[in-house]
Design a protein around this ligand. Structure first.
Ligand code: CAA
Length: 457
């Protein structure tokens, strides 16, 4: 049986342009601090009609293969996660096959997984499961995810962004995916895309926030229950049941979260701390929590809307956030929401931020959230040297090299996307100068809606 199946290599892709959220506040005429403090946003990536999800994913995979000198015939499975697909039938995975079929490799399992931002985690679980299964043919897998997160004019727009991630999956990985997963899936209309004539989602903002937080609670509880069962931990109350108190944030070195916007991650982390408090309220680290008895008695539904509770635990969690979570926010701070790639942008930010010797042996928790709702809490153990991933990502330099452009350019770019969305017979109007050298871009869409891609010089 293959051991330590997980992430062997990572590559991130993001557009060449971004806008400043501080400038956007002024541009939109909203109160100062609304996006930068209220949402915790700094910048968000910008792309026009020259790019689509297939060009994003082609670049991410091409660069991964090139940087790590991966033989295309050594890949036996590709799982894609995206919610920006441009075809209701043809998977984005099939576009990636050009990179493998050219080397004579068409024996590649896997297609696309879709559920808002969760598709990437479904893809990762599929790839890991394949390598661990009796169907495994001994080759590595790829997980590829990415999205263009854009919103209609209004309160959702500042929480946009874009980006993609490609990961090589196989045994003896430095970032080994541990076996326990806590999952919470229910039906909700918090964020969804029912329109064929627009890329913009329908969003129930307040519901999306409480849905995210209740998914933190439920997937964390499911994880802890399974963890306790696996470890056969005796109950604290002596009743012989497995104890939920057995696993806490103290067992994690770096918590990483899906990041729709910065403040949501702060809220989610604080919520994990609140969950730990509920399991072990007497711990001295909660000494500053006022009226703990009332919090312990509060019904779950009420707790989701309790702003005082939220503020209390954000304050309790602040130092921990700064020391253990902020390191995973580099991509989110520069590119905004990448939907499916957001969580893995968080992981790559962490790998890029923490010295490999420091990271070795550490446990990373991952909270995946896709509206609709699909969510999971799982962990990754750093079992090996992450130097090569860190060097190949070169994330700090590459994020800094993204050009900050005026907000009007962002609005104009979205206009181009709106005008051309799913038309036939058109040539993108966006300039190829806005594409990174060597990256793929959309060259044309022909009279039968067929998309043709080229690479920038
Ligand atoms: N200075 C400082 N703070 C300010 C401010 C100012 N001038 N103006 C407002 N704020 C604060 C508010 O007090 C509020 O703080 P709290 O969160 O602590 O309550 C915060 O800014 C947000 O303000 P509003 O409550 O007025 O909300 P909004 O109208 O700005 O909308 C949003 C926020 C609902 C998140 C909206 O941006 C949106 O719909 N985004 C898309 C949906 C989304 O990202 N949801 C997150 C969970 S769903 C998910 O995770 C999936 C996904 O990727 C989309």
């Amino acid at each position: 049986r293959p051991k330590d199946v997980g992430i062997l290599a990572m590559e991130m892709y993001f557009p060449r342009r971004c806008i400043s959220e501080e400038e956007l506040e002024e541009f939109d005429g909203v109160s100062k601090g609304k996006y930068t403090i209220g949402l915790g946003q700094k910048y968000m990536a910008c792309c026009d009609d020259r790019e689509d999800i297939n060009s994003f994913l082609l670049t991410a995979v091409h660069n991964l293969l090139e940087k790590y000198d991966i033989d295309p015939t050594s890949i036996g499975r590709i799982d894609v996660g995206t919610e920006t697909a441009v075809d209701l039938s043809k998977a984005s995975k099939t576009f990636l096959m050009d990179l493998f079929a050219a080397a004579g490799n068409t024996d590649v399992e896997g297609v696309d997984s879709k559920n808002a931002c969760y598709g990437s985690t479904a893809a990762l679980f599929n790839a890991v499961n394949w390598v661990e299964s009796s169907s495994w043919d001994g080759r590595n897998a790829l997980v590829v995810c990415g999205d263009i997160a854009i919103y209609a004019e209004g309160s959702g727009r500042p929480s946009g962004g874009a980006g993609a991630c490609a990961m090589l999956i196989g045994p003896n990985a430095p970032l080994a995916v541990e076996p326990i997963r806590g999952t919470h899936m229910v039906h909700a209309y918090d964020f969804y895309k029912p329109k064929l004539d627009s890329e913009y989602p329908e969003v129930d903002g307040p519901l999306s926030i409480t849905s995210y937080i209740s998914a933190v609670d439920a997937s964390y509880a499911a994880f802890r229950k399974k963890h306790a069962k696996a470890k056969k931990v005796a109950s604290l109350n002596g009743a012989g049941e497995a104890s939920l108190a057995a696993f806490s944030l103290a067992d994690v070195d770096y918590p990483v979260f899906h990041s729709p916007y910065g403040k949501m991650v702060q809220k989610a982390h604080a919520r994990l701390v609140y969950n730990d408090f509920l399991a072990n309220p007497a711990h001295p680290k909660y000494a500053a929590v006022a009226n703990p008895a009332a919090l312990l008695a509060q019904p779950h539904k009420e707790s989701l809307l309790d702003k005082t509770l939220e503020k209390t635990f954000m304050a309790v969690a602040k130092t921990d956030f700064d020391t253990r979570v902020e390191a995973s926010m580099k991509c989110a701070r520069r590119c905004g929401n990448m939907y499916t790639a957001s969580l893995y942008g968080g992981l790559s930010s962490l790998v890029a931020s923490v010295e490999p010797a420091e990271l070795l042996g550490k446990r990373i928790s991952m909270f995946a959230y896709g509206s609709g709702i699909a969510s999971s809490f799982f962990t990754i153990k750093v079992k090996g040297d992450t130097s090569a991933i860190r060097a190949n990502l070169d994330l700090v330099n590459r994020l800094a090299a993204i050009k900050v452009v005026p907000c009007q350019e962002y609005v104009d770019s979205l206009k181009l996307r709106e005008e051309h969305h799913l038309l036939k017979s058109w040539t993108p109007a966006g300039s190829v100068d806005n594409i990174w050298p060597g990256a793929y871009y959309l060259e044309e869409v022909d009279g039968k809606y067929r998309r043709k891609y080229a690479r920038a010089p």
